[in-house]
Design a protein around this ligand. Sequence first.
Ligand code: ZN
Length: 326
Amino acid sequence: MGYIDMHCDTLMEAMTRGCRTARKLDGTMVDVERLKRSGADAQFFAMFLPQNPRPEWLHMDPVPTPEEMMERMYEIFLQTLKECSDILAPAYCYEDLAKNRADGKISAFLTIENGYPVHGKPENLKKFHEMGIRLITLTWNDPNCFGRHHSSVKEEMEEGLTDFGKEAVSYMNELGILVDVSHLSDGGFYDVAKVSNKPFVASHSDCRALSPSTRNLTDEMIRILADAGGVAGINFEPSFLNEDPSDRVSRVERMCDHVLHFIDKGGVECVGIGTDFDGIGGELEISDCTKMDLLFDALHKRGLSDDVIERIWHGNVERVIRDVMR
Ligand SMILES: [Zn+2]
């Protein structure tokens, strides 16, 4: 069985390159043709919506607003589904994932990275659900209507969700949209854990005990996430993996260290994959999706059983999809 990746920024790459679809993209880490070769089971495609994007990230002039970006990436997603219907099919819930598998297709889940365009209005959550969005990463690296992003400033890091953020988590539970705490402040994390009556995820975050990045989860957060039935996706970004943030090499062995730490603190059911492909930099041992076998083999060599690797590869995220998405 193939892997489920909870996060990539490939739609943004397609947008900045002016491509109509993500079928074949030169120089990216993911495209649909390579996903097929990689043996992927499902890919979550994020619409990454920075509030204050620097022009040099996007190579676009003028820089589009988050709403304009969302519109363009949504169009690319729809066109990709149309043009790649031989390989890829949309998925909105567990039944879709199962059907796509039976049809020999890779499932595409649509997500938003940064809830900014919700603008504090529940009706926007409803609209996004109708568009097919099934996961929202509540914040990126700026405050928004949900709450505050992760920060090295203690007071900011302790800040919780806004009143709207709390209401929105409950409404997302009801709608069947998965709540994603990656990028969120620690205070926001604890509020999500308190308010959510469904499992939630940290779609692309690693362990803070092994790498001090504020983007990572503390041991206590890992336990709480696991107790809630949630999953964290291993992120391949070197500054989230390495103890020394200036070490810009993303190593497979280090990913295994994080997997084992998640298992040690939260058990075998709390860890999955969240590569962050097309959103990360440095020297990457797994430089694109066709090299995922390197991690699979390394996990075997580190002594994990087939059963445990199956859970990490797809089983745990599949369980959350079944429990939450509607
Ligand atoms: Zn991210």
